[in-house]
Design a protein around this ligand. Structure first.
Ligand code: ZN
Length: 271
């Protein structure tokens, strides 16, 4: 069999990309003697049977899948340093931004320094700075909420996209997974809010949540199935005290007193 015929046979095996495996040789019928390697979009094959001539290499095209797989990894490296953009101004510089944090129960978290909130004059967004999970004195990114209806997307992520926005106090033993940064701020006097921003749970979220004794999942009313999925994911990660919190409305529409009743209500009744 010439090279071209061999290649056709090997391609006919439909071995998935980035796989190295041993299998029975279709050329000499040798048991487990054929090695096939599809790393880096190449196909390399070689039979270990001395009398078998199966051996070849096919250089695959470097298509977009290959380019993405190779370069995306570098791009997503969490080590990129985040520098706070010059367009981030103090919150007081914009009345719409101040109004937003008042209306969405973030004012208290901001004024007590639990949340770092600024105004991005360039994108017209109220921005919530994200602190590093291990070193809370370092900012690794930010999340910006559009303050007008024409800015897209509504929520924009600056810098590192893997570290969650969280807001709370060091002594908190309970945390709640919420939809957005404003909800995380709204609950932060009672328990720590961790915003997932419409994404799925990432490794860094789970790592961060490990320190809490009790974890609630409190997404929007219409995300109930997602809440249960997330709770199950956390349980299979090894966190046992996980509860879905049924909500009558988004947490950002409740003030601290109401949040307190919602989470400690049962306890207070007993006293
Ligand atoms: Zn062979």
């Amino acid at each position: 069999m010439n090279y071209k015929q061999q290649l056709e046979v090997i391609q006919g095996l439909f071995i998935p990309p980035d796989t190295a495996m041993r299998l029975d040789c279709p050329f000499c019928n040798g048991k487990n003697t054929l090695s096939v390697d599809t790393m880096n979009n190449n196909i390399k094959w070689h039979c270990f049977h001395a009398s078998c001539s199966a051996k070849g290499k096919y250089q695959g095209e470097k298509d977009m899948d290959y380019v993405n797989a190779t370069f995306k990894k570098k791009e997503e490296s969490p080590d990129i340093e985040f520098k706070i953009p010059d367009s981030f101004k103090i919150l007081d510089s914009n009345s719409k931004a101040k109004k937003y944090i008042h209306k969405n129960n973030c004012w208290e978290a901001w004024s007590w320094g639990r949340a770092d909130i600024k105004y991005d004059v360039k994108q017209d967004r109220v921005v919530f700075l994200i602190r590093d999970n291990e070193d809370p004195t370092t900012f690794v990114g930010a999340v910006g909420r559009a303050l007008n209806s024409i800015t897209y997307p509504k929520w924009y992520m600056y810098g590192n996209k893997d570290v969650p926005f969280k807001c709370g106090l060091p002594e908190h033993k309970e945390a709640i997974i919420v939809e957005d940064c404003a909800s995380a701020c709204a609950v932060s006097n009672i328990l720590t809010g961790v915003a997932i921003l419409g994404t799925s749970l990432k490794e860094s979220h789970k790592q961060y949540l490990k320190q809490y004794d009790k974890i609630y999942v409190g997404l929007d009313r219409d995300a109930t199935k997602k809440s249960y999925d997330i709770a199950n994911e956390l349980k299979s990660y090894g966190l046992q005290n996980v509860h879905v919190k049924p909500l009558s409305d988004d947490l950002k529409y409740f003030n601290t007193k109401e949040i307190k009743e919602m989470f400690n209500g049962g306890e207070n009744e007993k006293r």
